[in-house]
Design a protein around this ligand. Structure first.
Ligand code: C2E
Ligand code: CA
Ligand code: CA
Ligand code: CA
Length: 279
């Protein structure tokens, strides 16, 4: 009958707790946001800690919600993964990064490798490598400018598929890093089986590394293991001079964190970090 729909809706809404209601609204808005292109790519510099020279950047997504303002990825990425919206989001981000690289190339900026976070959902879905190849071809980009950060759980499924995909990406010259290293169900087996280019040590291990002996021990072991396997190591979440000094002392030279720069808009990134390379 008339009005019934509204009543059902109301009951439904009352039934949900506040947290669920919030994600219900976010999900509705997230669908619209993709159509309306409410996303922005922020870049955070990656630096050689010995010299302070920039070696690349990580692209991190931001959502400019029309009424809520900036929504952090910690809030909407899990939702995007649950709802499958992570697929169009990831596609948007990869394209955005390629477009930016082309803009830089055409305006005479020296190029920097930019890394993109890849959800395991997308990585494990068919034709991931083919899609990336198409993108590089479309933008006439060398694979060395696009780096991928995948998580440990991307490696734990269909071994054949993973090997094949990693092989195809390598052929394109794309470097692959294991993100949030140490936080997932990593196994040494995967490091041996898959020849990856590097690991990113998660922020939770880097925090207070100089005075927290558990973190120090774990991080030192990760750095040494990676170097033995001839992999690069990037420490994320470096906030203080003490943390940097500790990492450099352990021969972990590549670092990323608020100490060097927070993720910022591309305009700000050019202003703060790229003009320095040209100068
Ligand atoms: P992540 O890949 O581990 O990215 C690093 C996060 O640490 C970023 O948070 C960054 O802003 C933050 N961070 C960097 N340096 C520091 C530091 O010195 N101190 C502190 N406190 N934080 C630091 P953000 O941008 O909020 O992103 C959170 C997570 O959301 C990312 O973690 C990543 O897993 C996911 N994410 C972000 N953008 C994308 C994307 O485009 N695609 C996918 N699939 N995931 C994304
Ligand atoms: Ca990352
Ligand atoms: Ca992390
Ligand atoms: Ca991550």
């Amino acid at each position: 009958a008339k009005g019934e729909g509204r009543n059902i809706y109301k009951v439904y809404v009352e039934f949900m707790d506040e947290q669920n209601y919030h994600s219900f609204l976010l999900e509705r808005d997230l669908r619209k946001a993709i159509a309306n292109e409410e996303f922005v790519a922020y870049f955070q510099p990656r630096v050689d800690g010995r010299t302070g020279r920039i070696t690349g950047a990580e692209a991190l997504i931001r959502w400019m919600h029309p009424s809520l303002g900036l929504v952090s990825p910690g809030e909407f990425i899990p939702l995007a993964e649950e709802t499958g919206l992570i697929i169009p989001l990831g596609k948007w981000m990869k394209k955005k990064v390629c477009e930016q690289l082309v803009i830089w190339r055409e305006s005479g900026f020296p190029l920097l490798p930019i890394s993109v976070n890849i959800s395991s959902q997308r990585f494990l879905q068919k034709e991931f490598a083919e899609d990336v190849k198409e993108l590089l071809t479309q933008f006439q980009l060398d694979g060395k400018w696009l780096e991928l950060e995948i998580t440990e759980n991307s490696l734990m499924r269909n071994e054949e598929y993973v090997l094949q995909t990693l092989h195809e990406l390598k052929e394109m010259g794309i470097k692959i890093f294991i993100d949030d290293f140490g936080t997932g169900y990593s196994s040494f087996h995967y490091l041996k089986k898959f020849r990856l280019d590097g690991i990113k040590i998660d922020r939770s291990f880097v925090q207070n590394i100089s005075c927290e002996s558990d973190n120090a021990g774990i991080t030192v072991a990760m750095i040494q293991m990676a170097h033995h396997l001839r992999m690069d190591v990037i420490a994320e979440g470096v906030e203080t001079e003490e943390e940097l000094a500790f990492l450099l002392d352990q021969n972990c030279h590549y670092v990323q964190g608020f100490y060097f720069g927070k993720p910022c808009s591309i305009e700000e990134f050019e202003e703060k970090f790229m003009k320095k390379i040209i100068a």
